[in-house]
Design a protein around this ligand. Structure first.
Ligand SMILES: O=C(O)CCC(=O)C(=O)O
Length: 262
C-alpha cells in the first residue's frame, strides 16, 4: 500500500479514503460502544444524572460555576468533554490502528528511516448529542502537544461523519501557519485561534476513512446535532529522531515505553 500524500504535503491535511478495512474498525467500534457505558458510569460516581441529556445540563451548570469546575480532577474534566476513561484509551485494542498497513505506510513516507512511535494514550472520544463541551475550538495541534517536537495526527471516525453528527472542520490554507499563541481557557479547552478567514471545510467521512493532519493546520470540532453518539479516536505519530517527554508505543515492537527519568 502506498498512499498518495501530495495533497497533505501541500495543504497540511488530507482525507484518506477507505484506508482501514472493517476487520480493523469493527472490533474497535464495538469496544468503544461498550466502553461508553462504563465511562458514563464512572461519571455517575461524581455527577448524579439519569439520562445523557440530563448530563449535558449538569455539565453546563459546572461550566458556569468556577468553583465546581476547579474542584474536578483532570480525568473527570476529560470525561465530561467527551473523552473515554483513561483505562479505555490505554486498551491494546486501539493498537490495531497504529499497527495497520495504512499507518505503517504513512510512517514510512513521513518519517523515513526512523522507528515509528505513537503517543500514549491515544485520544478516544464519544460526543453525546448536544454535548457542546466536547467540541474543541479552532486550534493547531502543536499547541496541545508541547511534549513532542514533531508529529502528525490521524483522526479516525467509528461512525459515518455527515452534516449532522459533528466531526472536524479544517481551515483550508492554514497548513503552514506558524504557531499561534493561545491563552489558556477557563473551561476544558484553550481559547480559539483567531479566525483569519480561511475557507472552512467540514470533512465528511465514511467508516474506514481517516483525516491526516499536520501539527499546524487549524481545525475545530463540529457540533453533534444528530441523535447519534459520535465516536472517534485520534493518534499522534512521531519518529525516533524526535523526542517525547511522555509515554509512547514503539509500533514495531508493540511495547509501551515510559519517558526517561530526568
Ligand atoms: O474529535 C474532535 O472533535 C476534534 C479532534 C481534534 O481537534 C484533534 O484531534 O486535534
Amino acid at each position: 500500500m502506498t498512499i498518495d500524500l501530495s495533497f497533505f504535503k501541500k495543504h497540511g491535511y488530507q482525507i484518506l479514503k477507505g484506508i482501514f478495512p472493517k476487520e480493523i474498525i469493527e472490533p474497535i467500534a464495538s469496544f468503544l460502544a461498550q466502553e461508553k457505558d462504563k465511562t458514563l458510569s464512572k461519571i455517575k460516581d461524581f455527577i448524579d444524572f439519569q439520562e445523557p441529556k440530563d448530563l449535558i445540563a449538569r455539565i453546563q451548570r459546572i461550566a458556569d460555576d468556577d468553583q465546581a469546575f476547579q474542584s474536578l480532577e483532570p480525568q473527570q474534566r476529560n470525561m465530561l468533554s467527551g473523552h473515554f476513561s483513561l483505562e479505555a484509551r490505554l486498551s491494546p485494542i486501539l493498537h490495531a490502528i497504529p499497527q495497520s498497513a495504512a499507518i505503517l505506510d504513512l510512517c514510512a513516507q513521513l518519517l523515513p528511516g526512523q522507528e515509528p512511535r505513537m503517543h500514549m494514550p491515544p485520544t478516544a472520544r464519544f460526543v453525546l448529542p448536544g454535548n457542546y463541551f466536547a467540541g474543541v475550538p479552532a486550534h493547531q495541534d502543536v499547541s496541545y502537544n508541547k511534549h513532542i517536537q514533531d508529529f502528525f495526527v490521524v483522526w479516525v471516525p467509528f461512525c459515518a461523519i455527515d452534516d449532522d453528527c459533528g466531526g472536524v472542520m479544517v481551515h483550508h490554507g492554514s497548513g503552514y501557519l506558524p504557531e499561534q499563541i493561545q491563552s489558556p481557557a477557563k473551561k476544558f479547552w484553550l481559547q480559539p485561534v483567531p479566525d483569519y478567514g480561511y475557507e472552512k471545510i467540514h470533512c465528511k467521512m465514511d467508516i474506514g476513512d481517516a483525516l491526516l493532519l499536520n501539527k499546524w493546520v487549524v481545525h475545530q470540532s463540529m457540533p453533534n446535532f444528530s441523535d447519534r453518539i459520535r465516536y472517534s479516536s485520534d493518534f499522534r505519530f512521531f519518529g525516533s529522531a524526535t523526542t517525547s517527554e511522555k509515554h509512547y508505543l514503539d509500533i514495531a515492537k508493540g511495547e509501551v515505553v515510559a519517558p526517561a527519568l530526568a
